[in-house]
Structures are given as structure tokens and as C-alpha cells.
Design a protein around this ligand. Structure first.
Ligand code: XMP
Length: 511
């Protein structure tokens, strides 16, 4: 396993993701984890992430110094490379104002194990406030920009540093460096996701006692479906899958999910709680408040369900969820520096009264890995290609007050847009394509009459994991057709607009 020490970089999870794309097992730990704590892991190599601090600051984070004695290769990225250079006797200088942006690196040695496969000139993303002034005595410069030492190697120690970020998209060949480093570490590639499934099944079997049952919240999306399949593989009919109809689902979603799930799971239940959710949301317009209420409602429904099963002598002890790694990053701030963006409904803390413990078999995986497992477990294209849909459902796309009438209008607009997006062959390549109902009215003229009605915004994004997203260009005819049909077919709406903002600065959902 490759250990990634988190010194506070915004990109730490991308190092993990790139290594996992390359099929190496890797894990992030806080920068100050002690060597004793790491001793139970089989460590092939260590990466020091970048970080926002300067090594000249008093509170600059340092690793446990014994880490350098573990005798495994170390790669430092940005701040991490400065730590390594300094530790082995080099000097680091303050650049003053931090430099951020795209730079070109001249790769001076392309035969070194770390740089093999790179081109003479490589585009990289730099983001740093310090740079290396003098390298440790036996170190070698493998690459530099006009201003700084960009890549170095201390071969006798197998310690390496890159001043830029190889893990980000803007360093197109950064993954070559990460792959080369993993090879230097002699890390083995994971065979495939089968190992992961076997491991999780084994863990769940060892956790859930013979008379204990698991309540699984399934949403119809790939994450919770795959998680449920793994749990069912482990404990068979002691799994109870519940699909909560919260009144916030897309058009025809409830019958569709029912049809699909009945063939997968032995115990599958649909609970109609739409009245309960909609009355709790009446008059609420604040996005975080909506999310909190929805999270709370889900738990109430689970509680009632648990009580019902307990009367039949079934002891529900665990709650299964399809939480994946990016969900945890954006909502729960897994490191000391990541900032809190949205309250993810999966991550509202489990209330005491539920007396359920969580089982989240996918919590360390990225979406592409969940898809790979889904494929392996025999899920068809309906699940594999289905766009993600947020747990709070249409509540976070129905801006302003949530009423049945507004939800129906939104559902209809969304269905029209999906139909058109599919017709134009855009659906498969898009991460998400959906409609949003805005809390404003505008003036229109229809059939010679003045109208004063609501606005639909259309959003299409491309993304790999929802952490960042871009907006593709769309055929004008498609947009025109969508606007035309939405306004013609939905009496509540008289205007359609297009959202062309990427993430960041916007998020994918509007709330
Ligand atoms: P944002 O809007 O934060 O969304 O850019 C990133 C991805 O997560 C989905 N999303 C959610 N999924 N519960 C979920 O299960 C939530 O509360 C939630 N909020 C956003 C969103 O659709 C996008 O794919």
C-alpha cells in the first residue's frame, strides 16, 4: 500500500484517486500519524502531499521524523518536496507571494525511473509559496522551470520531490510520475475489484451477528444498489432493502425502481412517505434547512420501519448506506483543512433513538470503482449509465417553497429535458442533465395574453467524480426544442434559461 500523508492540500484526495485509477492500493493518513500507528500496514512507499503552509511558519506541519527511517521510497509533492529537501540537508527559500498557475517544466533527465515516459517539456500546475534553493548534497535535478527546481531525486535514499502537483488534471502527464513512483516502490497492482468485494463480504459477515438484520436505504442509484448487493452477498435474506418514496422523486421513478429492485433483492419494500416529507418541508426555503429536515425524515421513516419489523421478531441492528468517498469529502471534511460545502443527507449523524450502527461498504471508493463493481455484479446499463440523483431529490432543485404543484411542474420539465438529451445522444457522456425550478416569476406573452409565470433553468455538466465539473456546448436546436416544449407543455412556466457555470465556482446542484 502507498501511504499518503495529508499536509492539508486541497488535492490530497486526487493523489489517492490517481493511484487508485492506476490500480494501486493507497490510503490517506493525517500528516502527524506516528510510525507506530502505521506499523500494522504493509507500506510500499509514502507520499507527502502539498499543503497551504510555508515550512518557515512556526506551525508548519511535520511528519513523525522516524518516517524517514522506514526505508521505503518517499515522494514529496510541493510543500512535501520542500520538507524532504530540507530534511536531507538542502535549503528552501521563500518566494514571497505564492505562485499559482500553469508552468512548463524542462525535463532534464528522461531516463530516470521517476521521469521515464515524460516529454522534454511538460505542462504542470504549480501552487507554492516556497521553493528549493539548494538540494541536499547527493541529490540530482531531473527537471526545472525557468524559476525553480521542479523535480529532484535523492537516489541513495529513494527520496524524490516535485514542486508541482502531478495529481491534478492540469498536469496532464502527472500520472506518469505517480505510476513511476509506484513502480519504484515495487507496489503491486490490485488484481481487480473482486478482491474488494470478497474483503467487504468477509467484513460484513464478521460484523453482523447470526440473529442480526440490516436495514438498507436504497435510492435507485448505483451507489446504494451496489452497496446493497454486497451486503446481500454477505448475509442473504437478513438484508431488508427499503426505498422511501419521499414525494421528491423524478417522473415515473417509483414504479421503475420497484420493477428493477424486485428482481434483485429478496426483501424489498417501498414505503410511501411523501405526505410526511412534503408537510415537513412546507414553507421551508433555506437549502441547508431543507437538507436537515429531509435527513431527519428519512431517519423517522427508518425508525417506524424498524419498529414494525421488530414486532415480527426481526432484530434490525445495522443501517446500510451507499455513501462513497467524494460524499464524505464535500460534506464531512475528512481532513483538518477541507472546507464544508453541503450538508449531505447521508451524513446527518445517526440519531441515538434509532439504535442502528452504520455499514457503508463503499465509503472509501470513487464512483468509477463503484461502477466497475456494479458491472462485475451484473448490473445492467440502466444502473451503470443512470445519472446521479441527490438524496434530497427534487427538493434541492425546486428553489424556494416546495409545493406539490411546483414539484409536478419540475418533474415534467425534467422528464422532457431528459428525453431530449437522450434523443440527441448527450445523456451517456454527461455526468448529469436536469431541470431546476427557480423561485422567480417573469412576464411572458402566450396566445396574445400577458403571463406572469415561473422559470426553468437547464443544467448539463460533464465530470469524472462530481468534485469538479464543466459545461459542454450543446446543439442550439436541442436547447430550442427543450425550451419550446417546456413552455408549451407546462402551464406554470413561461421561460427557460441555461446554466453555463462550471464547478467550481458553482456547485452542480443549485442548492
Ligand atoms: P454538488 O451540488 O455538491 O453535487 O456539486 C455533487 C454531486 O453530489 C450530488 N449530491 C448529493 N447526493 N445526497 C446525495 O446523495 C446529497 O445530499 C447530495 N447533494 C448533491 C449531486 O447531484 C452531484 O452529483
Amino acid at each position: 500500500m502507498i501511504v499518503i500523508l495529508d499536509f492539508g492540500s486541497q488535492f490530497c484526495h486526487l493523489i489517492l484517486k490517481q493511484l487508485r485509477y492506476l490500480q494501486y492500493s493507497a490510503r490517506i493518513f493525517p500528516h502527524d500519524i506516528s510510525v507506530n500507528e502505521l506499523s500494522s500496514f504493509n507500506i510500499d512507499g509514502i507520499i507527502f502531499s502539498g499543503g497551504p503552509k510555508s515550512i518557515f511558519e512556526e506551525e508548519a506541519p511535520h511528519p513523525d521524523p522516524r518516517i524517514y527511517d522506514l526505508n521505503v521510497p518517499i515522494l514529496g509533492i510541493c510543500y512535501g518536496s520542500n520538507l524532504i529537501a530540507e530534511y536531507y540537508g538542502g535549503t528552501v527559500k521563500r518566494v514571497g507571494k505564492a505562485e499559482y498557475g500553469i508552468e512548463m517544466v524542462d525535463v532534464l533527465d528522461r531516463h530516470h525511473p521517476l521521469t521515464e515516459g515524460l516529454m522534454e517539456k511538460e505542462q504542470v500546475l504549480m501552487s507554492h509559496g516556497d521553493s528549493i534553493e539548494a538540494l541536499p548534497p547527493s541529490a540530482k535535478i531531473l527537471g526545472r522551470t525557468k524559476k525553480v527546481i521542479a523535480i529532484f531525486a535523492l537516489d541513495d535514499r529513494k527520496a524524490y520531490g516535485v514542486q508541482f502537483h502531478p495529481e491534478v488534471h492540469h498536469t496532464p502527464n502527472g500520472k506518469i510520475i505517480l505510476e513511476n513512483f509506484a513502480r519504484i516502490c515495487e507496489a503491486e497492482k490490485k488484481k481487480d475489484m473482486q478482491d474488494f468485494i470478497t474483503d467487504q463480504v468477509w467484513r460484513i459477515r464478521n460484523t453482523v451477528g447470526p440473529n442480526e438484520h440490516v436495514l438498507m436505504a436504497v435510492s435507485g442509484g448505483i451507489d446504494s444498489t451496489v452497496a446493497a448487493m454486497i451486503i446481500e452477498e454477505a448475509i442473504g435474506d437478513r438484508l431488508h432493502c427499503v426505498f422511501v418514496d419521499n414525494g421528491l422523486m423524478r417522473k415515473n421513478e417509483v414504479p421503475q425502481v420497484r420493477k428493477n429492485y424486485e428482481k434483485f433483492f429478496t426483501n424489498f419494500y417501498v414505503v410511501d412517505a411523501s405526505e410526511k416529507f412534503l408537510s415537513a418541508l412546507r414553507g421551508v426555503t433555506d437549502p441547508q434547512q431543507k437538507r436537515r429536515i429531509i435527513g431527519k425524515m428519512f431517519y423517522e421513516v427508518f425508525h417506524e420501519f424498524k419498529e414494525k419489523l421488530s414486532q415480527q421478531g426481526i432484530n434490525l441492528r445495522y443501517l446500510g448506506q451507499g455513501t462513497i468517498y467524494p460524499d464524505r469529502i464535500e460534506s464531512a471534511a475528512p481532513s483538518k483543512t477541507a472546507s464544508h460545502i453541503k450538508q449531505h443527507h447521508n451524513l446527518v449523524p445517526l440519531p441515538e433513538y434509532l439504535k442502528l450502527e452504520l455499514i457503508e461498504p463503499l465509503k472509501d471508493l470513487f464512483k468509477f470503482e463503484v461502477r466497475e463493481i456494479g458491472r462485475k455484479l451484473g448490473l445492467d446499463d440502466y444502473f451503470l449509465q443512470r445519472h446521479p440523483f441527490p438524496g434530497p431529490g427534487l427538493a434541492v432543485r425546486c428553489l424556494g417553497e416546495i409545493t406539490r404543484e411546483r414539484l409536478d411542474a419540475l418533474r415534467e420539465a425534467d422528464a422532457i429535458f431528459e428525453e431530449i438529451i437522450r434523443k440527441y445522444g448527450i445523456y451517456e457522456d454527461a455526468w448529469q442533465a436536469f431541470a431546476v425550478l427557480l423561485p422567480v416569476k417573469t412576464v411572458g406573452v402566450q396566445g396574445d395574453e400577458r403571463t406572469y409565470r415561473e422559470v426553468i433553468a437547464l443544467r448539463v455538466v460533464e465530470s469524472k467524480d462530481a468534485m469538479t465539473a464543466t459545461v459542454p456546448s450543446l446543439p442550439w436546436q436541442l436547447l430550442y426544442e427543450a425550451a419550446r416544449r417546456i413552455v408549451d407543455e407546462i402551464p406554470l412556466v413561461n421561460r427557460v434559461v441555461l446554466d453555463v457555470t462550471s464547478k467550481p465556482p458553482a456547485t452542480i446542484e443549485w442548492e
